[in-house]
Design a protein around this ligand. Structure first.
Ligand code: MG
Length: 334
């Protein structure tokens, strides 16, 4: 064999070895499905599907996906009900299916009163945040008592009135309401109060701004160096003992912010997460769930809740099953 033929043979051998190697690697390992993790669900996700047919059967289906913790939506402060059920009946159905009610989302009526008017109706005149303090305190007392009966560890306010926080002063007034709410909830029931963000809290304001501005580029240009992110004003002006923060990672991204940067910078304030994507978890590839979960656990936290929008789609159970499978086959979720 001359040198030329040897090299030819050697390269063929290498190609053959490479091909064998690729064939071996081309057989994907079966994904390990672990349904014994700390998955949580924000029940808002299921919309009417949660109550279609029999609630207990639907909760059993949720539990089978590996979901152990619930965060409720749909509490009614006037009728003391959850969805269409009494608190006792809902609690029993959850317990019968080995589901723990960890948290619940509740918005004080007074916050949204006067914000929305029908066409042709007089312009609404919402109360100033400063004038709501007593009403807010009274609202939370019976709500906290109800949620103590449910065994909740957390009561979370899911939003703020849109378009009302236009400068730092208003943001501080709203933070004061959160603080008062947390103090009242804790004193009444021992339950920890929290706040959940959308993208509007990631907008910036200044002392003199007349509108909040979303996005670093434009807020930097429009509002200058003194601009503060509303969520930061809330964190800086609430007592950590009174108010924890539940970061919705999808809405944080929609607010042009990085959830991992928030989990790093505000490790002492963010205690729970909403795990959310554009629709089915993991499908968009836009959410860096691995880094999010790793930082969240490193901070010493455990409770997170899956949330999926489009609640009237009729496809929510299907989407939830796909989302739970994504988390159950992702080794960064424990
Ligand atoms: Mg959310």
């Amino acid at each position: 064999m001359n040198r030329r033929n040897f090299l030819k043979g050697a390269s063929l051998l290498s190609l053959g070895a490479l091909a064998a190697c690729q064939t071996k690697e081309a057989v994907p390992a079966e994904p390990v499905i672990n349904t014994n993790k700390g998955l949580g669900l924000q029940t808002y996700t299921l919309g009417p599907e949660l109550y279609a047919g029999n609630l207990s059967d639907n909760l059993a289906r949720i539990r089978k996906m590996g979901i152990k913790n619930l965060e409720l939506a749909g509490y009614n402060a006037s009728s003391h009900t959850i969805g269409q059920l009494s608190l006792e009946d809902f609690k029993k159905a959850a317990e019968d299916n080995d589901l723990k009610i960890v948290s619940s989302h509740v918005t004080p009526d007074v916050l949204m009163a006067g914000l929305f008017s029908r066409p042709g109706a007089p312009a609404p005149k919402p109360k100033a945040f400063k004038d709501m303090v007593d009403e807010i305190k009274e609202f939370w007392k019976p709500v906290a008592e109800d949620h103590a009966k449910l065994g909740c560890e957390y009561l979370v306010q899911p939003m703020m009135p849109p378009m009302r926080v236009t400068n730092i002063g208003f943001a501080k007034d709203f933070a004061n309401l959160l603080n008062v709410s947390g103090e009242t909830v804790k004193a009444t029931s021992g339950i920890q109060f929290g706040y959940h963000n959308h993208n509007m809290e990631m907008a910036k304001v200044t002392e003199t701004s007349t509108a909040a501005v979303l996005g670093d580029l434009f807020s930097g240009m429009a509002l200058g160096q003194d601009a503060k992110i509303i969520e930061d004003v809330y964190m800086d002006n609430t007592d950590p003992a009174n108010v924890i923060f539940e970061l919705d990672v999808y809405w944080t991204v929609m607010g042009q912010q990085d959830p991992v940067a928030w989990l790093t910078r505000r490790a002492d304030r963010i205690k729970m997460l909403h795990i959310k994507d554009f629709m089915v978890l993991g499908a968009s590839g836009a959410m860096n769930f691995k880094n999010i979960f790793e930082k969240f656990y490193a901070n010493g936290n455990k409770y997170f809740f899956i949330e999926i929008e489009d609640t009237n789609s009729g496809k929510q159970f299907e989407r939830l099953e796909q989302s739970a499978l994504f988390l159950n086959t992702s080794d960064f979720v424990i």
